[in-house]
Design a protein around this ligand. Structure first.
Ligand SMILES: Cc1cc2nc3c(=O)[nH]c(=O)nc-3n(C[C@H](O)[C@H](O)[C@H](O)COP(=O)(O)OP(=O)(O)OC[C@H]3O[C@@H](n4cnc5c(N)ncnc54)[C@H](O)[C@@H]3O)c2cc1C
Length: 465
């Protein structure tokens, strides 16, 4: 602890007292993230306003070997931004400047604390956007999105953040600064350290500047809502759409309970069904309704008993709100105090199988589960309800969580599509690699972590078991 006091004095002396916080009330607000699990108390919080603040902080924490948990907006659903034991939290939210929009060269440059919606509001002035859209976009930081390789609804067409990062400025654990990638559309630099940083969850360094590729906003969107009598029928739509060369901008799944929760929580007038799909098709004005009709036919062929399509802004907003409210509504009206949220991804052809299996597994373990997710790219978020105070129920929920992951692995899928590994998926990551005879990959990852972070001080308890 002595070295901690010394480090604290140096932090205050170098950064200024007004950037270093020890007040227990402030520390409490940084002790958890949106996963709602395992609060962890930081030693102190440093609020960084510039790259120099980050460099100075890391030089001091490196010298004293003090762990650092970087924080954007704390919306991680896997415990990734929960402070590690005896760590300081490095809060990057004050680094929130949009530095440059360059339409001709096709990029935007921002500091990591910029909120994703603010970035896209700025780009909208030019008719552009950065497509990945986590449902937390009004809150989450761009740095957090890169560090988590976040996705969202538009992942069906545009993938995750990985596909949009051109270059990054990164402060390494010892305070040295590196620039990875270039703000150009093609770039090779030997082994891609850029792509190691993307999705590294604050374990390798601190991202202090971000260059993202930008894309023209869709010319026209038509939104559809289809209702199904079974989850398997809904699950068949994605593969059928692919066979017919339809790539929707978004394709989202909500089961009957999520529909009910959203209706109750938002007051939206939503229909009843075993499952619903909300989908956007986009394209040129002349073609978009043709695409929408084709998707409607596909949905009906898969068993949809009702399909509505609209380009009316009010109606479209209602459906968008319904999908974006899925997780908050599932939390608000939860039948139990806590949830475990999954993030599995399966090949689209396996969606009907996994959807059926999820409910079977939940029933076997006797735990309530609801399902929503980005069905367009095979990414589902079953939400398992539980109670940390009820040991038996908690264990059942954990077993259910693991078994759903194993089912995804067995179907050739992944345990994590976009939420990262954090604290809660370390064990199932090992299961996935084991199933692929690739535990060596985990070993390599740990060695890479050691090369970047020899003192193991960057978010040390995350990702690796
Ligand atoms: C209601 C809700 C809906 C969500 N929907 C989606 C969704 O649709 N798709 C999706 O992908 N995710 C979703 N998420 C998860 C979460 O919002 C994303 O992972 C988001 O990218 C996290 O951003 P953040 O700024 O909150 O990061 P934080 O939670 O603060 O940090 C996340 C991780 O990144 C690290 N980190 C943060 N900033 C930096 C940096 N500058 N340099 C290095 N490391 C850093 C942290 O140490 C931590 O490990 C949702 C969350 C909520 C609460």
């Amino acid at each position: 602890m002595d070295s901690y006091r010394q480090a604290l004095n140096e932090l205050k002396g170098t950064l200024g007292e007004n950037k270093v916080f020890e007040d227990p009330k402030i520390l409490y607000t940084y002790s958890f993230d949106a996963s709602g699990l395992f609060p962890g108390k930081p030693l102190c919080v440093v609020r960084a306003f510039s790259r120099e603040d980050v460099v100075n902080t890391l030089k001091i924490t490196y010298k004293y070997g003090i762990p650092v948990t970087v924080r954007g907006s704390g919306t991680s659903l896997t415990g990734a931004s929960i402070p590690s034991e005896n760590s300081i939290v490095l809060d990057l939210s004050p680094m929130n400047r949009i530095i440059e929009v360059n339409v001709v060269d096709g990029y935007i440059v921002v500091e990591p604390g910029v909120r994703l919606d603010d970035l896209n509001s700025e780009l909208a002035k030019y008719g552009y956007f950065v497509p990945p859209d986590p449902a937390s976009s009004s809150t989450c930081s761009v740095g957090g999105c890169v560090a988590e390789d976040a996705g969202g609804m538009r992942g069906a067409k545009y993938g995750t953040f990985r596909n949009w990062v051109l270059a990054l400025e990164v402060v390494l654990p010892d305070g040295e600064v590196v620039f990875l990638g270039e703000p150009v559309l093609k770039c090779r630099q030997g082994l891609s350290l850029l792509h190691l940083i993307i999705g590294s969850e604050g374990t390798l360094g601190v991202i202090t500047k971000i260059y993202l590729k930008i894309w023209p906003l869709p010319e026209k969107i038509v939104r559809l809502m289809a209702l199904f009598k079974s989850v398997e029928d809904a699950g068949r739509v994605v593969a059928e759409a692919k066979k017919h060369r339809i790539v929707p901008l978004i394709m989202e799944f909500l089961d009957k309970n999520v529909l009910k929760f959203v209706k109750e929580a938002t007051g939206l007038d939503l229909p009843e069904a075993e499952a619903a799909i909300i989908a956007d098709v986009d394209g040129p004005l002349e073609a978009v309704w043709r695409y929408a009709k084709r998707l409607e036919e596909i949905m009906r062929k898969c068993g949809a008993f009702e399909v509505k399509a609209s380009d009316d802004p009010e109606e479209m907003e209602k459906l968008y709100l319904a999908r974006r409210s899925a997780y908050p509504a599932s939390l608000k009206l939860r039948p139990m105090p806590a949830v475990l949220i999954e993030d599995i991804t399966v090949p689209p052809s396996k969606l009907p199988v996994i959807l059926k299996k999820i409910y079977q597994i939940a029933e076997k373990h006797g735990v309530p589960v609801v399902v929503f997710g980005h069905i367009g790219d095979g990414n589902l978020h079953p939400v398992i309800y539980t109670d940390p105070k009820d040991r038996e129920l908690w264990e059942k929920a954990e077993k259910c969580f693991k078994e759903i992951c194993l089912a995804a692995i067995e179907l050739g899928g992944a345990i994590a599509g976009e939420h990262g590994i954090g604290l809660v998926k370390k064990e199932v990551l090992v299961e996935e690699l084991k199933a692929r005879n690739s535990l060596r990959a985990l070993d390599l990852m740990k060695k890479i972590k050691q090369v970047f972070d020899p003192k193991n001080i960057m978010n040390p308890d995350k990702v690796f078991l």
